[in-house]
Design a protein around this ligand. Structure first.
Ligand code: PLP
Length: 351
């Protein structure tokens, strides 16, 4: 395997399942397979757990006993850092911005899990920019050093960004093996794109292996014009570390950014409807921040014919389900159309 030479601390159950979704496939008119990164197994699953195998593997042997990171209040990254720290006997110091749900008496979703998992959570005032975030992380690291602890900062501008990309080169290779064993060659792979490391790693791995499968990255916040070059940079850093000549260029990832405008973590009635539809047609709950947008984009692309009728598709469920509980108000506020979500527009029209 491409990543075999890299240090790695095993944390998750691999390979993650690649499962058929026959009822959902019939409703969509394509043959859909679901890559269940959400079932990866560390704590509640999700893509951040696979990448921590590489991030923590690289830190092992350097005497690191504490992990520091900054992210949103409902961050999956922070939850998995808390869980991996517990698993590895380390301490986690998690920095989050002030705001709703950060530090009140009742905590929900991932924020609740940070506490249960025993992480130390520190709320950062104001609305810190990238430089302020790095400075805050460094000042925590330096203070811990004075107490005799050895802390590492997990930030995508540092080594973590390379680890996060490499982990999905590994996932791409795993997926290729699963598809070969199943005798399938899907047309497109749909995956969420936040900072774009996951999509970059998948596209780099698939390109390196000569897979013709198209990678469709569904942006949850950034415009494609910014995300595209970012993805190329992530891939170049990962390829350099892996010592492979493959590079990504514009067009290697098909970016869809029409759901980015909704904003990070904002739910619309269409997103709620697609969450219900995927749940009712496959028994799988997609998270409101990332995978609901991917599911909606997938349905729309099939409707537009960019995934040809009858072709195969892979939906990578990247995890994030604990956030659902923090969205209960918004989820409950959208009227439930019942069977229309189950059977789609045809059923709705027939009534
Ligand atoms: C972090 C995350 C993503 C986005 O990954 P990037 O590599 O930043 O694009 C997608 N889905 C879930 C559930 C995540 O936690």
């Amino acid at each position: 395997m491409i990543c075999d030479a890299l240090p790695r601390r095993r944390l998750v159950h691999l390979p993650t399942p690649l499962e058929a979704a026959p009822i959902l496939s019939r409703a969509l008119g394509i043959e859909l397979l679901v890559k269940r990164e959400d079932l990866a197994g560390l704590c509640v699953g999700g893509i951040k757990s696979r990448l921590l195998e590489f991030a923590i593997g690289a830190l092992q042997g350097r005497g690191i006993d504490t992990l520091i990171a900054y992210a949103a209040v409902q961050s999956n990254k922070l939850r998995d850092i808390a869980a991996a720290s517990a698993r590895c006997g380390m301490k986690a110091v998690l920095l989050i911005p002030e705001g709703r749900g950060a530090d009140g008496p009742v905590r929900q979703g991932n924020r609740l899990l940070f506490d249960i998992l025993g992480a130390e959570v520190r709320v950062i005032a104001g609305n810190p920019d990238a430089a302020a975030i790095m400075a805050a992380q460094e000042s925590v690291r330096d203070a811990l050093a004075r107490e005799g602890r050895r802390a590492a900062i997990l930030d995508r501008r540092l080594e973590y960004g390379i680890d996060a990309t490499i982990a999905f080169v590994d996932a791409a290779e795993e997926l290729c093996v699963q598809l070969r064993d199943a005798g399938k060659s899907p047309h497109s792979l749909f995956v969420a794109a936040g900072a774009g490391m996951t999509a970059a790693g998948l596209a780099l791995g698939l390109k390196h292996l000569g897979s013709p499968m198209r990678v469709v990255g569904v942006s949850v916040s950034a415009r494609a014009a910014e995300l595209g070059p970012e993805i190329e940079r992530h891939a170049a850093r990962a390829a350099a570390r892996l010592g492979i000549p493959t590079r990504l260029h514009a067009g290697d990832v098909t970016l869809i950014d029409r759901h980015a405008a909704t904003g990070y973590g904002t739910l619309t009635p269409a997103l709620v409807a697609v969450m219900r539809r995927f749940a009712r047609l496959h028994g799988m709950v997609v998270d409101p921040v990332y995978n609901a947008k991917v599911a909606l984009a997938l349905v729309e692309e099939v409707g537009r014919g960019t995934v040809p009728a009858g072709a195969g598709g892979v939906f990578m469920n990247t995890g994030g389900s604990p956030a659902i509980y923090d969205y209960a108000d918004m989820l409950c506020a959208v009227p439930d159309a019942g069977d229309a979500q189950r059977y789609g527009a045809a059923a709705a029209g027939a009534r």
